[in-house]
Design a protein around this ligand. Structure first.
Ligand code: UDP
Length: 415
């Protein structure tokens, strides 16, 4: 069998020849650059989703981009998930014992990671953040790429992580709202989607029918869909309540599709609580690792919801919008940069608002079509992977202005 990864020119019909030419020009001086990304899960969640595509696209341009996943025990991931919750505004008791387990697992990962020879190290999210402590001799800059909603972090948790953060040469947040008072250069890049992978590529009607039939999802009623890790920040219970209100006015069916990430041990509990809400018109499906099913549901849905309470960016929003499906999103974090309220979708702040928008969209096919077209356009203009890639290229090419290069005498960076 012959395999081929997506090449930059594949994007030309979507973003135009000029953009492709500019990306080529910017990537030329970076050929051979050794970049490594480190995160805490191979699948489940937006970070892994983007890394799997972005690292390949960088390689197609001659950048030696790699991806490592840290290993951790269940108690390590219980602690890091609590820290994640706290950084998004939740509560936590971060005892010395928990800090010790956390830092020890990271130390062990550092011992077996051998990151000394990389020109650039990009550490994603809080889990691997203390690794920097174990590489006192760094060849080039280390960047902390934080994907979560840091608009109101739990004070003590942030203060605990701050000394690690400030050892990095730069921090990338998904939006300016997450900027912090730190002595480190801060950059703002929003994530983006790969329009060619199985999750986002065009599907034929019969392919969609086949996937939905495989999971016994009936096609008799309009579908209202939320696709998310089983996570309280995605407020699936609120979706159920909004759906129940909407159902009084319009005939439809709710599908809550979810998956579990290895770095999120709270998923099973949330899933079980949702299973108790199942009924004739409410399907709760745990088979969200089937990416063709995700694609099919995002295409077939009358309405997609992303009812998050906190959301660093919310790739699921861009994914559905790309498919021309209007999204009702929580009026928080990164969702607000994707949905223009009343134009290409709706932003909502309560269950009643969500219910009212569901009713409106399910009833009005021409509204769905109009919003869906604008939604696709929005993603084409701002949330395809080429835009994200170009921001990284610009960063790699402008190290002198962003970093203190005197710290890395032998660094091999942009031209
Ligand atoms: N996802 C999936 N199956 C699921 C739930 C989510 O494939 O059942 C994917 C989703 O399509 C998206 C990513 O996981 O690509 C979630 O990213 P997002 O930024 O929306 O949220 P995160 O999980 O990172 O908080």
């Amino acid at each position: 069998m012959k395999f081929r990864i997506t090449q930059i020119e594949d994007y030309e019909p979507l973003v135009g020849a000029e953009t492709i030419e500019r990306i080529r020009r910017k990537s030329n001086p970076l050929r051979g650059l050794r970049v490594v990304n480190i995160n805490s899960t191979l699948y489940g969640g937006g970070v892994a989703e983007v890394l799997s595509s972005l690292t390949l696209l960088m390689n197609s341009l001659g950048i030696r981009a790699g991806w490592r996943v840290i290993q951790g025990t269940p108690d390590f991931f219980t602690i890091t998930k609590k820290m994640h919750n706290a950084l998004q505004g939740g509560e936590i008791q971060l005892s010395d014992m928990k800090k010790r387990i956390y830092e020890e697992v990271i130390f062990e990962n550092s011992v077996r990671s051998h990151l000394e020879d990389h020109d650039v190290v990009i550490v994603h999210d809080p889990q691997p953040i203390p690794m920097i402590d174990h590489y006192p001799k760094r060849k080039g800059p280390w960047i902390w790429r934080c994907h979560i909603d840091l608009s109101a972090p739990h004070k003590e948790t942030w203060e605990y992580l701050l000394p690690f953060v400030e050892r990095y040469d730069a921090v990338i947040f998904s939006s300016k709202e997450y900027a912090q008072k730190i002595n480190t250069p801060q950059l703002f890049f929003m994530p983006a989607i790969n329009p060619f992978n199985i999750k986002n590529k065009e599907l034929r009607k019969d392919e969609i029918d086949e996937r939905l039939a495989h999971y016994q999802i009936p096609g008799d009623l309009p579908l209202v869909v939320q696709i998310s890790r089983f996570d309280r920040w995605k407020d699936p219970q609120g979706v159920i309540e909004a759906f129940k209100l909407a159902k009084k006015e319009v005939d439809c069916r709710l599908v809550l599709l979810g998956n579990f990430a290895t770095d999120d041990p709270e998923g099973a509990e949330i899933y079980e609580s949702l299973m108790r809400s199942r009924e004739d018109r409410i399907l709760v499906l745990p088979c969200g690792d089937d990416t063709a099913l995700v694609n099919s549901l995002q295409r077939r849905a009358a309405v997609v919801l992303q009812n998050s309470i906190r959301e660093g960016f919310g790739l699921t929003v861009a994914e559905a919008m790309w498919k021309g499906t209007p999204v009702i999103g929580g009026n928080v974090g990164g969702i607000r940069y994707q949905i223009e309220d009343g134009v290409n979708g709706f932003l909502v702040s309560s269950i009643e608002e969500a219910a009212e928008r569901i009713v409106r969209l399910v009833k009005d096919q021409s509204l769905r079509k109009r919003m869906g077209q604008k939604a696709r356009q929005k993603v084409r203009e701002g949330f395809l992977l080429t835009r994200y890639l170009e921001q990284y290229l610009d960063l790699f090419n402008s190290f002198e202005t962003v970093f203190r290069l005197k710290d890395y005498p032998g660094a091999r960076l942009g031209a």
